[in-house]
Write a protein that binds this ligand. Sequence first.
Ligand SMILES: Nc1ncnc2c1ncn2[C@@H]1O[C@H](COP(=O)(O)OP(=O)(O)OP(=O)(O)O)[C@@H](O)[C@H]1O
Length: 326
Amino acid sequence: MIEAKGLTKRYGNTVAVDNLSFEVKPGKVTGFLGPNGAGKSTTMRMILGLDTPTSGDVRIDGQHYSDLKQPLSKVGALLDAKWVHPNRSARAHLSWMAASNKLPKTRVDQVLEAVGLTEVAGKRAGAFSLGMSQRLGIAGALLGDPEILLFDEPVNGLDPEGIVWIRKFMHRLADEGRTVFVSSHLLSEMALTAEELVVIGRGRLISQTSTKNFVDNASGSSIKVRSPQLDQLQSLLQQRDLVTRIEDVEDEGKVLFVDGEVTTDSIGEAAAEQGIVLHELSLQRGSLEAAFMQMTGDSVQYHAHDSELAPPLAAAEVVVAEEEKN
Ligand SMILES: Nc1ncnc2c1ncn2[C@@H]1O[C@H](COP(=O)(O)OP(=O)(O)OP(=O)(O)O)[C@@H](O)[C@H]1O
């Protein structure tokens, strides 16, 4: 488990991380979500002892990273995938990492296999695509067979196949009981990858909750009703203390929205009791992006690219297999 308490980091006048407290538990993928510049990388660096907190504390299973006896066997991290000597082969890079951390050489082939790089293990890492470099970085993080894994923006710049691969791999690591903490500025991606979220904005904790809760609470939901007897339906629902509004919707005319804790079932039944005709009765969810912007309250523009959505897995794997052959 990772536990941060009042974690704060200042660089001169910049407060990169501001009194941040959160917990990351095993057996799940926890997303570390925030707009660019929110303080995610700084927090990850503090977890790994690469930056010293100005105040506060972060511990791994109760210990500071610097006090861990065999750090790579406890925590693996991917911070920068391009951190590899370009002329070294993938196998040579991992062998060097294993030797310098007193890890058994047999792990090298195991982790190459785990990330699907066995066939290109002898190739120069400098010639790797970003997707392959990310896999190599993940292989390095797995060398010590750690219980805890940190990944800083692992899908940044990847094509859809690479994104799907990383997502599946993280789920696998969590299913093995590991603690997986992954940062991203993409809510649409985290919604598919993470079960839990630690959401930050401008260095501060905004929310720590399940992904489902975050989206439900932030974006809210309402029920949309189209009916030729809207006014009659509205007064009926108001009598039942429901919050309603009638809006003019383009191409649809007048539409009734019911907000708050209410179900489509109860509205349908109420309408039926009074013989009110319904043309539409549907649950409207706020978008993930809207939730994110609302919660972080940040002016950073968020772009959801359709291309970042997952293609079917089978197709993705075929492309990855092709990439490995080349
Ligand atoms: N070494 C540093 N010196 C000065 N300021 C820094 C340093 N590292 C980070 N910052 C500042 O701290 C804030 C948080 O940066 P950080 O990189 O942690 O955010 P982030 O959420 O990881 O963003 P991104 O996704 O863009 O990397 C930013 O304002 C950044 O400019």
